[in-house]
Design a protein around this ligand. Structure first.
Ligand SMILES: Nc1nc2c(ncn2[C@@H]2O[C@H](COP(=O)(O)OP(=O)(O)O)[C@@H](O)[C@H]2O)c(=O)[nH]1
Ligand SMILES: Nc1ncnc2c1ncn2[C@@H]1O[C@H](COP(=O)(O)OP(=O)(O)O)[C@@H](O)[C@H]1O
Length: 197
């Protein structure tokens, strides 16, 4: 289990529920890990982001994302309804603030799956947030996963790989790094970090 930790040692358990942020380059396996984790631990609450990106086949409004127009996103931002937001590879994404704060107040474990820019904003606004970086086993494997998923055009893949170089360089800004070699191992380690198991 310790084999997938890199850089920092696991933190000691914290009795207070904390906000956990999971970031990492597109295609590294964030959604896969989170889906695996929530299958057995549905009590982990995953924030549903708003995005201007178009839905992929199978993605549902209100489940995977709230799919909004540019105008709707403008309003969410102007009204201060987002805890953080960022532009990523040509689309905007943001975390609805109220739902997150409500869950944290209830003492529930809260998880955000957001990009590097969003993680940096959360670090500034919520100083006790736990920032976890999901890293690929290698650059070649990241390219393989992003391409193999088959959901993006070659141009979009190129943009995401460009963003990935910046994101990988920011790994030391995170509290913990988990290397996504095995989905099961990473899901287990993430749960342990969140004090869920
Ligand atoms: N800042 C921020 N990033 C987000 C949010 N929701 C998703 N993202 C990130 O936006 C990036 C692109 O997401 P998406 O288009 O779903 O592609 P995927 O992660 O490759 O499946 C990923 O790094 C997500 O983690 C959000 O609310 N805020
Ligand atoms: N540990 C892993 N080993 C092999 N393939 C993986 C692993 N984790 C995820 N994948 C695959 O990589 C692709 C990208 O995963 P995804 O969860 O969509 O990434 P992200 O949400 O970070 O963009 C998917 O096809 C997924 O099945």
């Amino acid at each position: 289990m310790a084999a997938t930790f890199r850089g920092t040692t696991p933190e000691p358990p914290d009795v207070r529920p904390r906000l956990t942020v999971l970031s990492g380059p597109s295609g590294v396996g964030k959604s896969t890990v989170v889906a695996h984790m929530r299958k057995e631990h549905p009590e982990v609450w995953l924030s549903v982001s708003a995005t201007t990106r178009k839905p992929r086949p199978g993605e549902q409004h209100g489940v995977h994302y709230f799919f909004v127009t540019d105008e709707e996103m403008d309003k969410l931002i102007a009204n201060g309804e987002l805890l953080e937001w960022a532009e990523f590879a040509g689309n905007r994404y943001g975390t609805p603030r109220a739902a997150v704060l409500e869950r944290l107040e209830k003492g529930e474990p809260v998880l955000l799956e957001i990009d590097l820019q969003g993680a940096r904003q959360v670090r500034e606004s919520m100083s006790d947030a736990r920032l976890v970086f999901l890293a690929p086993p290698s650059w070649e494997e990241l390219v393989r996963r992003l391409t193999g998923r088959g959901t993006e055009s070659p141009e979009v893949i190129e943009r995401r790989l460009e963003a990935a170089r910046t994101e990988l360089a920011a790994e030391p800004e995170f509290d913990t790094t988990l290397v996504n070699t095995s989905v099961e191992d990473v899901a287990r380690e993430l749960l342990a970090l969140m004090d869920v198991v």
